[in-house]
Design a protein around this ligand. Structure first.
Ligand code: FE2
Ligand code: FE2
Length: 137
């Protein structure tokens, strides 16, 4: 499973900084899991991740709108599916006492890494194609 490395850079600083932070939050999730069985802090972490991913997704979606990225519809749908899946895990953590934090941690890490490496990179490629100077954004 991939941790943050520069192969995930897309070249837009605000987005790259947010991605680094998201990867860091997932790493913290793993550390917390190794550390204790206390569900309290895990629930707080999930809440934080959910909130931060919302902020990140809206940043990305504003960027896609601004430059009329053609794949915006399916990209937004991917973001929605992530938020929904996180909500399902969160409900399980809070609700019926069936804790699957490791499954959740794996999902988060895989999803974020794959999404950045595939879909988010498409935004970057598109900005290059329409000649937007990403390093000045
Ligand atoms: Fe992203
Ligand atoms: Fe995205």
């Amino acid at each position: 499973m991939a941790s943050w490395n520069d192969s995930f850079l897309i070249g837009v600083k605000i987005i790259d900084d947010q991605h680094k932070k998201l990867f860091g939050m997932v790493d913290e999730f793993y550390l917390r899991l190794a550390d204790s069985n206390n569900e309290g802090p895990i629930i707080m972490l999930v809440k934080g991740l959910k909130e931060y991913s919302r902020i990140h997704f809206s940043t990305e979606e504003m960027l896609m709108e601004k430059y009329a990225f053609p794949g915006i519809k399916s990209h937004k749908a991917s973001h929605v599916s992530f938020v929904n899946q996180v909500a399902v895990y969160e409900a399980k953590l809070k609700g019926n006492g069936v804790l699957m934090p490791m499954e959740m941690a794996k999902f988060l890490k895989n999803w974020i890494a794959q999404h950045v490496a595939s879909e988010d990179k498409l935004i970057s490629a598109y900005l290059d194609k329409i000649d937007v100077k990403k390093n000045y954004m």
